[in-house]
Design a protein around this ligand. Sequence first.
Ligand code: ADP
Length: 368
Amino acid sequence: MWHERQRDRSENERDIVDKKQIASLLAAVPLPIVLIGPDERITQANSAAESLFGPGILDRHFITVMRQPDLLESIEAVLAGAGPRDTRYLGYEAGRETTYVVHCAPVVGEDDNISVLVSLDDVTAVEEAGQMRRDFVANVSHELRTPLTALSGFIETLRGAARDDAAARDRFLSIMENEAARMNRLVLDLLSLSRVEDDERQRPTATVDLSAQVNSVLQALRPFADDRDVTLRAELGEGPTNVIGDSDQLRQVVSNLTENAIKYGGKGGEVVVSITGPQEETALRAPGYRLIVRDNGDGIAPEHIARLTERFYRVDTHRSREMGGTGLGLAIVKHIVNRHRGRLKIESTLGQGSQFMVILPAATDPAG
Ligand code: ADP
């Protein structure tokens, strides 16, 4: 008799421990999890679930907490003995929409009562990546279609109406050359972007003198600046400015930023490329150099600045195309700067000009 009582007691105690254990097991899971009892009330909810559905959801009827028809229907079906169900739940957290894949599974208790364990898997990042991929493919197709349509049109014209008109033929051929060059630039920028993205996680190891890269890029861009009546000036100071980097990629950063400053700085403007440092950089928590490309063009309105490094984002698509832009230059710059553990800061005042600043960690011994 005593033994039996003792066994009953320890079973009861075990029951209590089990309930506690269930709560702490659920608390240990990072996914939101809710257990709905046979009385349709919430009997367990971990803290991830409370931050999704709000605090104080214990003991409430699940309908007052979850509110989305698909999810309610699934829970009701599982409670009625239908077996596990998957559905989706759309949340709104910290100012953004989130998407969850929800698994509703029956948990059979004593007396064959059915509870439902609802676990939610946040798939927002996966959905966003999918959307980005679809947008990217649509953008690339659109960018390629424009010059392709022009090329096909001119080929047809050359075969027909302009066949025997030498002057028209020359004019059309030069337009076709421009369109082919635009496609070529786009493909080169796409390849460059994919290469940069590929090795973004691999830190560069060579020591590169930033000033030397600036000098050689400016030399190459001088004819481009002269064509547009833009004065190109370097302010580099004395001595080497060594960073740990990939020289080709750093040249590309200097080149993309300077080319933009020449293109958008406007006729008769001045573009200054400077390097300062090394100095302690709070953004890097280390000593760094600042590469600054400044123009005195029209500037960029504040609402565009945060989006400039998105692929294919342009303030004025027509103007960018006219200048031969692909809309990928700053996206490439951003990835290269990320790979170098640097920072890109863009400042601009409408009507006065823009400044693109890249802060790069200095090589450990900045003097050499
Ligand atoms: P694009 O090939 O169009 O130049 P980028 O990615 O290099 O593409 O730049 C994106 C957009 O940012 C440009 O289309 C332009 O609207 C804007 N932009 C970039 N640099 C400047 C600048 N120095 N002044 C004004 N606008 C700029």
